[in-house]
Design a protein. Sequence first.
Length: 243
Amino acid sequence: MIQSVQRALRIMEYVGRHSGGVSAPRIAFECGLNRATAYNLLRTLVYENYLRRDANGKYSLGLEVSDRYSELTRAMAGPSTCGEFMRRMSAETGYSTFVARFVEGRPAVIEGSRSPHVEELIVGFDDGAHATALGKALLATLQPHDRARFLKSAGMRPFTRRTLTEPDAFEYDLAVYGESGVYAEMGQFKEGVGCAGVVVREGEVPGERIVFAVALPLEEIRNSWALLTQRLRNAAIELEPLL
């Protein structure tokens, strides 16, 4: 047996039992490791995104753990409906998940089963499309003149001090995120909350276009942007056949 692997797994098992995070000295003590060994293993696990370290120096499980679990559940029995997919994503990550589409020219939102952060985002909510990743992803599929018409009709009211309220600033924002295909807002809809979304299905008419997004604390979306974007792209591929 390779002892360093066993020690790393022991750390992950211990950290996994503490949802509020746990300090490095405590991890070292409970896992029977000297501090130098514990710190080396913790740095490696954080680097590989199997653990994450918060601003207070406490460690908790990282996104790679839920990715491995997601792969396991897909291998055993993949979800058969969009609703099941969203429930699974929310259960695995603890974050709110959303699907949106145009209904009679207005963005309509369907929410995942867990929504701890953005309760204000409700089905049929459309006057906040300019402030959410869901809305941005949907509006990005429109022609510029159609998008301008929508924004003029719906308005661009400020939800927070970060909300984009000018059409030119909004167009620039779409152009920047459009290069990667993952649209985001950082505290533009609600303070302390971020959201990222992708287009799942294109279509010749707006009613056929569907987007998927996840909402999470602002600090986490900033610290895990690269991983999050890849996960969203993978989710779009998995979700599209279920729609």
